[in-house]
Design a protein around this ligand. Structure first.
Ligand code: HEC
Length: 213
């Protein structure tokens, strides 16, 4: 009879220890039932804590320098405010593109490519605000051909891309500063394309064919 009590007690302890704490939160790692050699490489992986040493990298540091051209939205402005903030020393939005950039066909093509990736969904391929998102209820996207946006300083457009505006999210972490200027230049090209006059067609016979004179 004593054995029955002992066995019952044992079974109770066993059941409570297996099922009794299910759902409880533990802060320490779970007990290892299977040793590492049973699951090599998966369960135990090396990791680096910030500012710690590493035998893996030649310079012995676990912190790595970001690769070249990494865009960091959290870094402070660099010395050229025009190029990196679209503002002059007084904090006003700048007109024109930074002198360090060369605006040529390649630059505009880069701007078009970035624009088509990031902006067309809302602003539309020709910048009239009729992107695909309009069909899904995003009605507030303005047209670049609005006089207000035609006369907006280049630096302000750069700033809108960097920081976003209301429902338009910021693109600082997706488009590098120089690429943002390429997009600004392409927006200017889009605006120009919608305001053509007969004088823009250089060839007189072509003007005649098009019925422009
Ligand atoms: C998710 C949709 C969306 C995308 C993508 C988007 N925009 Fe916008 N954009 C908006 C909306 C909406 C507004 C109007 C914001 C407001 O004034 O409330 C706006 C406003 C603007 C303005 C005018 C800001 C002003 O001061 O009136 C510019 C310039 C602009 N966007 C440029 C861009 C460029 C360049 C890109 C691509 C890098 C882009 N947008 C991507 C939705 C978008």
């Amino acid at each position: 009879m004593r054995h029955v009590y002992l066995i019952t007690l044992f079974v109770c302890v066993l059941l409570v220890s297996i099922f009794g704490f299910r759902g409880s939160k533990f802060t320490s790692p779970p007990m290892d039932v299977f040793p590492e050699w049973a699951f090599p490489g998966m369960k135990y992986q090396p990791k680096f804590r910030p500012q710690s040493e590493s035998a893996f990298f030649a310079d012995g540091r676990s912190d790595r320098v970001p690769p070249a051209n990494t865009v960091r939205a959290d870094l402070p402005l660099r010395d050229d405010d025009h190029r990196y903030a679209g503002k002059d020393a007084s904090g006003a939005f700048t007109a024109g593109l930074p002198a360090a950039l060369t605006v040529d066909m390649k630059f505009l093509q880069r701007g078009r490519e970035r624009y088509q990736v990031y902006c067309t969904p809302c602003h539309g391929a020709v910048g009239d605000g009729n992107g695909i998102t309009k069909r899904y209820g995003m009605g507030a996207t303005p047209s670049y051909h609005d006089p207000r946006l035609r006369t907006m300083p280049d630096g302000e457009i750069f700033n809108t891309i960097t920081n976003g505006k209301n429902t338009m999210l910021p693109y600082a972490d997706k488009i590098t500063p120089d690429d943002r200027w390429a997009v600004v230049a392409y927006i200017r090209a889009l605006q120009r394309a919608q305001q053509g006059t007969a004088a823009d067609v250089a060839d007189a016979s072509a003007r005649k064919t098009l019925g422009l004179q």
